[in-house]
Write a protein that binds this ligand. Structure first.
Ligand code: KIV
Length: 266
């Protein structure tokens, strides 16, 4: 299989074939996920919660992200690697460029930042320097203390209209990928149709161009015991982790995941 690039992801969107993305933090799972057919490996700052045991993603450092990105790179077999810029690592333009450079040098093909239209300037500057950017919108966990918890975003009409406008603005600024977290399914579909770049969803229904889940969630592992509504345990009915990873990819590609019960209404 040829390596997955931005061109591959754009072609999948144009063909209407769904993109399977999964979080990954080490070389062994990178290899297993590639063998299962995962298109995009995300070194998410969710590692602060699922690996480090924190109650939010805020304590994660750029050094943590670079360490896990380099580990994933060593196990990768052709997937695109996206790495999160963690909390406060893109607060200024200077920090953004420096820290994105560290993650790209560790092995990322793209960096992900959380926010809305205010990201436009950083995205434009990164893109012109050769760093593709994924813009994470909707529920942005690094802003949990502003949002007042891990809540669905875009339920009110004004907020929904703003999210569509912000998505278009970030595409125009140069974002190569959008990620929508915990957004009503209809709104996520509208945004996916409004932009040319691929849109990946988590808790955003079946109409986005692809799906992502946190690895530990889809393997049925939970530290807190709280399982979000949008999660499906793919270990159920499977006899190995490798089979569960393959079942996830198949379910994303044949659009049997996410089902209606995994989505949110306005
Ligand atoms: O950090 C992460 O794992 C993420 C996913 C929830 C999309 O951003």
């Amino acid at each position: 299989m040829p390596d997955v690039t931005l061109t591959t992801l754009q072609a999948l969107k144009q063909k209407g074939e769904k993109i399977a993305m999964l979080t990954c933090y080490d070389a062994t799972f990178a290899r297993a996920s590639c063998q299962a057919g995962v298109d995009v490996l995300l070194i998410g700052d969710s590692l602060g919660m699922v690996l480090q045991g924190h109650d939010s993603t805020l304590p994660v450092s750029v050094a943590d992200m670079a360490y896990h990105t380099a580990s994933v790179k060593r196990g990768n077999q052709g997937a695109m690697i996206v790495a999160d810029l963690p909390f406060m690592a893109y607060a200024t333009l200077e920090q953004t460029l420096h820290n994105a450079g560290l993650l790209m040098q560790a092995g990322a093909h793209m960096v992900k930042v959380e926010g809305a239209a205010w990201l436009a300037e950083s995205i434009a500057r990164l893109a012109e320097r050769g760093v593709p950017v994924c813009a994470h919108m909707g529920l942005t966990p690094q802003a949990v203390n502003i949002l007042g918890g891990y809540k669905v975003q875009g339920r009110q009409q004004a907020q929904a209209r703003q999210m569509v406008a912000d998505a278009i603005a970030l595409e125009q600024a140069g974002a190569a990928l959008l990620l929508l977290e915990c957004v009503p399914s209809e709104l996520a579909g509208e945004i996916s149709r409004a932009v040319k770049v691929p849109v990946i969803g988590i808790g955003a229904g079946p109409q986005t161009d692809g799906q992502v889940l946190v690895l530990h969630d889809m393997l049925g592992l939970s530290l807190s015991g709280r399982v979000p509504k949008f999660v499906k345990n793919f270990m159920q009915g499977q006899s190995s982790i490798q089979d569960a990873l393959a079942a996830y990819v198949k379910a994303v590609k044949d659009v049997s995941f996410p089902a209606a019960e995994h989505g949110f209404s306005a």
